[in-house]
Design a protein around this ligand. Structure first.
Ligand code: ADP
Ligand code: MG
Length: 371
């Protein structure tokens, strides 16, 4: 496993349950997946001695982190099975390549322009404003993004990003956001989880409601688009596709070449999780046809909860988990991260049950109770 975050940690758990051993490569000695792996190589993704050691001891390699250099995947694939392939990851990790891929394949996306220099801002279509300027690489959780009202603000933001290549996206008026998580195997078989609805706070995923409350026709369309993307990418493994719903229509926002935060509930609410599917796809096993047996709501727990006021200020302390454990149908998942910082994903909880409305109300009350 390249990458040692929480997504990798859940992969390690799933693989362990299925009888596999897992080595993790991550430069952080406290990485959540590294802590429970059979071996943790504490090294950079471009450390070829570490890659040789990984390649010499493992049977197959995957990733949980879209910013693993494509060169690293390419190098490993010369002597070991690597899924997803470097080419697919390279598209998903660069917003310019991603948008170009969508446009070239006739997949629905919002209006955008590629910004490589100030000239591109001057010549951008006026209809794009107000817009969001996003750095092409290494953005996450709303980082590397600026909302801009006009060309002047876009130019200032571009300078703030030190002239790095960007995409300029029209700011869409969103009805809601949904995502589809799927798995695709080497033979091209695809299994999708039901689309979930995602609500964000400060650019960070806050809650996922699964299945989404959106009409079934829209959920089906999202599934079909996600399947086409996986096919066109020749993707093998677990893939997350985020959508904007705007004016009743669907636009692909971005793809994640890995399990997705909005698929955490598949551990608690489905009979095979997105992580188990990743193991199956990597190991050449038949994919499960996962049935969602319960309505589910997932709530992310960010680092600010570890501070006295619950908003990132005051004394550092462990939140009072008892309030959560008292909620019927609630399961808490903490990632074992070394230190809580505001905005850092530290854990999540999932509430499951038969009645979707009741599950949502319970989840919202539980979140209010903890901070
Ligand atoms: P990341 O998830 O990598 O931080 P996203 O591009 O998914 O970056 O943006 C994060 C969130 O910001 C989106 O889920 C959405 O809520 C909001 N957002 C991003 N781009 C737009 C846009 N063009 N129009 C409206 N909202 C947007
Ligand atoms: Mg996103």
């Amino acid at each position: 496993m390249l990458g040692g975050g929480q997504l990798g940690r859940f992969f390690v758990s799933a693989a362990h349950e299925m009888g596999y051993k897992v080595w993790v490569l991550d430069p952080d000695p406290h990485s959540p997946a590294g802590l429970i792996a059979d071996r943790h190589l504490v090294a950079a993704y471009g450390d070829y001695a570490a890659l040789d050691e990984l390649g010499g001891n493992c049977a197959a390699i995957t990733t949980e982190f879209e910013n693993v250099p494509a060169d690293t995947l390419d190098y490993l694939s010369k002597f070991i099975l690597v899924h997803p392939a470097a080419g697919a990851v390279a598209i998903c990790q660069n917003r310019i390549a991603e948008k170009t891929f969508l446009a070239d394949n006739g997949l629905p996306h919002g209006p955008f322009a590629v910004i490589r220099g100030e000239d591109d801002i001057r010549s951008a279509d006026a209809g794009l404003f107000p817009a969001v300027l996003k750095v092409a690489r290494f953005g996450y959780d709303g980082k590397g993004q600026a909302r801009v009202a006009d060309r002047d603000e876009a130019a200032a933001a571009f300078q703030h990003f030190k002239g790095e290549a960007c995409v300029l996206e029209k700011m869409l008026r969103l009805d809601c956001e949904v995502s589809v998580v799927l798995a695709r195997d080497e033979a091209g078989a695809v299994r999708c989880f039901a689309a979930g609805e995602n609500r964000h706070r400060n650019g960070i995923l806050d809650i996922t409601i699964a299945p989404a409350q959106a009409p079934a026709s829209l959920r089906d369309e999202a599934r079909q688009v996600a399947e086409r993307i996986a096919g066109k990418l020749g993707y093998v493994g677990t893939l997350g596709v985020e959508f904007f719903v705007c004016g009743g229509g669907l636009f692909v926002n971005e793809m994640a070449p890995r399990p997705h935060n909005s698929g955490h509930h598949t551990i608690d609410a489905c009979d095979a999780s997105q992580y188990e599917q990743q193991v199956r796809a990597l190991c050449g096993l038949p994919l499960a046809t996962p049935r969602q047996h319960s309505a589910a709501v997932m709530v992310n727990l960010l680092g600010e909860l570890w501070y006295a006021d619950g908003k990132g200020h005051g004394a550092y302390r462990e939140p009072d988990w008892a309030a959560l454990h008292a909620v019927p149908g609630l399961r808490l998942h903490l990632y074992g991260k070394h230190h809580a910082r505001p905005g850092r994903k530290m854990g999540h909880f999932v509430v499951t049950g038969e009645d979707a409305d009741q599950v949502l109300q319970r989840a919202l009350r539980a979140r209010a109770a903890i901070g």
